[in-house]
Design a protein around this ligand. Structure first.
Ligand code: DON
Length: 590
């Protein structure tokens, strides 16, 4: 596996240089990659001759999302002449309405794109940014200890949202339809409502006490202060009005003008530190995706500030040295876990916002580096995380965040992972706007070595700084192999990377989309040094074999993830979309 520029098969078709001035406000499009020195802006429109994917079209479309109404919204837009990018706008906006636990206009995320006509691969980074008034120690008390709840439950936890800008940018630069058309299904869902379903009801139950503190949130999701019954119609007239504003005036209406002023005033009233300048300055950034190879397949995934692509490619590089399918189950799981452990260590040490820190992408995605990591891996023993040079951990969990995968009949693709962070973000709604505030600031390192809500630790590279983007585990991914194409991703906080890794291995082993989303899961994230597995995923014999190697095992109380997969199989010509049964079950999944 090689990093993009290293592969002989890859051509850089076009370089687009922008000046230091931001590009037109109305797209909310940011100029692309800013160097660590902050001196130059550079965008790479990447294109490479794909070994497998370029000269075919699926002739049919497919969408996998966390809610049937969001999938339907995307399909409607395709039927109206939109492409995968228009459909992505429609799905994301609909999810903001029908799955408010996971994502929304008050949040952000990552959109991995493939445009078939010119074989373009790019990523729209719509990650939230720390407000300009944020500071490194803002969540610590006088003694230097983290103040419980400050980075998750208060308005201080909210980064400057990127999702509205991303929708505007996608529609304008890549779509065929105006935003007004692509947002129409979401507006209708917000205005007319949709029936309460088990997973959302579970989320409301979980957050009930917090909602009672936020009258706007309570008005939307509670009935007389109580959790509504299944089937109760959830209407969001204020969110409908906000979406209508974007449809009418474009995404910039979120960031400048009367609505932006209302947003800032509302956030400040709730105790936050946003300023009008924060909103005015926000831009999405178009970044070069991470690209690697695994057993002849090409892996295209998210780049920093999402950690998923680097970690995924690194893990696959380590695993390339093993014939996984021929190993006995315990050894197979062992080596995958050891790869997970090592890539999560590097995530903790090296990764952060590339506009602020130098991320050693080339090193981390090189085969040479993975060969070294593999050399330290023993087949008969777990490597204690503490024995790897790295960070000392001083040290909780959620199905919030969402992912969707789209392919249109021409072969354009979108893999998008979008998030408010924890359930409903902070759960605080900005009065009069229908906007739930994210709590993404908790994805920064609040204090070196101290775990965040996902028990992830980190270092300087992910420290808080004004205007910086917090590191994410998002791993929206494309795999292109001789067999066909997979589009995949999932929520699940720190468990995202491992889930997508397992999905890639399953795709490479020939499994169907529905088999991939249903497969049992296990997880390791360096610290805590524990091998977690889903209830019932490992039998006694397997557990014994793994314990003998020195793994500390923990059987999770709940299953986790909400994987959304599209597989286009060349041999059958079939395009299959599958949603994780965990997300549909209504069980309290992580
Ligand atoms: O970006 C991240 O890594 C987290 N904010 C994602 C959170 C998440 O997936 C929650 N879902 N369970």
């Amino acid at each position: 596996m090689r990093f993009l520029q290293k592969s002989g098969r890859i051509r850089l078709l076009s370089f687009i240089f922008f000046g230091a001035k931001p590009i037109a406000l109305d797209t909310r499009g940011g100029t692309p990659v800013r160097t660590a020195l902050g001196a130059a802006f550079l965008a790479l429109a990447l294109s490479f001759s794909t070994a497998f994917a370029s000269d075919r079209t699926p002739g049919q479309a497919a969408i996998a999302s966390a809610h049937p109404l969001a999938t339907e919204a995307g399909m409607t837009i395709l039927e109206q002449g939109g492409n995968a990018f228009d459909a992505a706008v429609a799905v994301a906006a609909a999810l903001a309405v029908v799955e408010p636990t996971g994502s929304g206009l008050g949040g952000g995320g990552f959109f991995l794109l493939h445009r078939a006509s010119d074989s373009l691969y790019t990523m729209i980074d719509a990650r939230e940014k720390a407000p300009l008034a944020a500071s490194r120690d803002m969540f610590l008390d006088e003694k230097g200890d983290p103040v419980r709840g400050l980075s998750t439950e208060t308005a201080l936890a909210a980064g400057i949202p990127g999702e509205p800008a991303a929708l505007g940018y996608l529609a304008e630069k890549y779509g065929r339809l105006p935003l007004s058309k692509s947002l129409a299904p979401a507006i209708r869902l917000a205005r007319e409502g949709f029936p309460l379903y088990p997973r959302l009801q579970a989320g409301i139950r979980f957050k009930k006490d917090d909602f009672r503190k936020s009258p706007d949130t309570a008005r939307v999701f509670l009935v007389k202060g109580e959790v509504p019954p299944l089937g109760h119609v959830i209407r969001q007239p204020e969110l409908a009005r906000t979406l209508e504003l974007l449809a009418r005036e474009g995404a910039q209406a979120f960031y400048e003008g009367p609505f932006a002023r209302r947003l800032v005033a509302g956030v400040r009233k709730l105790g936050g530190i946003w300023s009008e300048e924060d909103l005015r300055q926000y831009r999405v950034v178009e970044r070069e995706p991470i690209v690697g190879e695994y057993r002849g397949a090409r892996i295209i995934s998210a780049s920093p500030p999402a950690s998923g692509g680097i970690a995924l490619v690194n893990a696959l590089n380590i695993l390339e040295g093993f014939d996984l399918e021929s190993l006995d189950p315990a050894t197979r799981i062992h080596v995958i876990v050891e790869a997970m452990r090592r890539v999560h260590r590097d995530r903790a040490i090296y990764l952060g916002d590339p506009d602020f820190v130098k991320v050693p992408t080339e090193m981390l995605t090189s085969q040479f580096y993975a060969d070294g990591q593999r050399a330290s891996l023993r087949l008969d023993r777990a490597t204690p995380s503490a024995s790897l040079p790295g960070i000392e951990s001083i040290g909780a969990q959620g199905t919030h965040t969402t992912h969707f995968s789209v392919i249109d009949s021409e072969g354009n693709r979108v893999a998008a992972t979008i998030t408010l962070n924890l359930w409903f973000g902070t759960g605080l709604m900005v009065p009069g706007t229908g906007i739930l505030l994210n709590n993404q600031m908790d994805d920064f390192v609040i204090k070196p070595g101290t775990p965040n809500a996902y028990q992830l630790i980190g270092a300087e590279a992910n420290a808080i700084a004004p205007g910086k983007r917090m590191l994410s585990s998002s791993t929206p991914t494309f795999v292109e192999s001789e067999r066909g194409v997979m589009i995949a991703g999932t929520p699940g906080g720190s468990r995202i990377i491992g889930m997508v890794l397992l999905a890639v291995l399953d795709f490479m082993a020939g499994r169907s989309a529905s088999e991939i989303v249903s497969a049992p899961r296990f997880h390791h994230q360096y610290f805590p040094d524990v091998l977690l597995f889903e209830p019932g995923a490992f039998d006694q014999e397997l557990q014994q074999a793994l314990r003998q190697r020195g793994h500390e095992l923990r059987e999770g109380r709940e299953r986790w993830g909400n994987l959304q997969v599209v597989v286009w199989d060349y041999a059958s010509g079939r395009v299959e979309a599958a949603s994780d049964p965990r997300g549909q079950s209504g069980e309290d999944v992580y």
